[in-house]
Design a protein around this ligand. Sequence first.
Ligand code: NAP
Length: 344
Amino acid sequence: MATRSSEDFVSGDPGEPAVEGAPAAGVVLATRALPEPSLSTLLPEFDVRVLGYGPNEDELAAEIEDVDALITLVSDPVTERVIAKARKLKIVANYAVGVNNIDRAAAAARGIVVTNTPGVLTDATADLTMALLLAIARRVVEGDRMVRAGGFAGWAPDLLVGRELRGKILGIVGPGRIGRAVARRARGFGMTVIAFGRSPRAEDDPEDPPRVSFDELLRRSDVISLHVPLNEETRGMFDRDTLLRMKPGSLLINTARGGLIDEAALVVALESGHLGGAGLDVYENEPAVLPALLDSDRVVLMPHAGSATAETRREMARMVVEDVRRVLSGEKPLRAVPPESSRR
Ligand code: NAP
């Protein structure tokens, strides 16, 4: 598919046309148009191209050769093969905080900077985490379906009885920015929060939850919420064995990355009744979702919408463009992500 370029990429906000005859200071390829003002602010200085679709590895490799800056979504595979095809690439700016779609080691080996959008999506993602938790605990989606289907026959003592959050233990896996924001919210609902992380608890942050071992977190938590990045260390962290070690009847919420959970094993844990329910925003093989999850009343499913608020998405767009402009102007980016070998 041909790329759109410069003048026609943002509907309703075409930006400045490129100055006739003046050479562009670089080529910026964005896989999708972003909320404006963002890409249009790079005009007319840069030649801005927008693919307008989610490319696979071959498609991205075919577009990358003369590109100086690449702006990607979490679903875009910036693999070693794609990076090897780039002759001029200086920055991959991911429109996300997670960067598991990018081969950072391959980028670092070629001196290509990888940037992300940390912090600005923390509250939006923490809000959605609580929305999933409340929806599962109080059977909100089941209730909505029942009412729409004409199944509400009047108040009854046993109608859609759910569970209370007050007094329950929430286990956060990965108490970073989003994990701590979820902890703050959960305390407001009367939950006690514990966490399993990599770094020790920040003594200067009273909101940082106390750390426990992974085993203790699994054993004690009534709800477990995942907030670690996806990497080789965390992939499949919630496999059959881990799920079996969770407290019987407990709930699992995942607004981090689908690859943290073995989805087939999750289905078994739900169908056997060992787990009480799950709230998922992300999937192992996105956008595919296991049919057994689609059929289950004990899961609430969202389409990877953790950061999907107008405010957050606008700010994410501003951040990626800011770092692209900086790197193409020879300045340091504000949000460089270290290569994979580091502790992030
Ligand atoms: P963050 O601040 O870097 O927090 C990540 C936390 O995980 C840190 O506490 C980190 O420990 C910990 N951690 C990393 N590897 C670990 C391991 N192997 N075992 C235990 N703990 C580990 O990141 P964030 O901004 O909160 O974002 C977290 C993740 O959420 C992102 O990576 C992204 O995948 C996901 N996310 C999803 C959505 C969505 O739309 N659903 C939106 C935003 C983010 P250290 O302190 O030692 O680094």
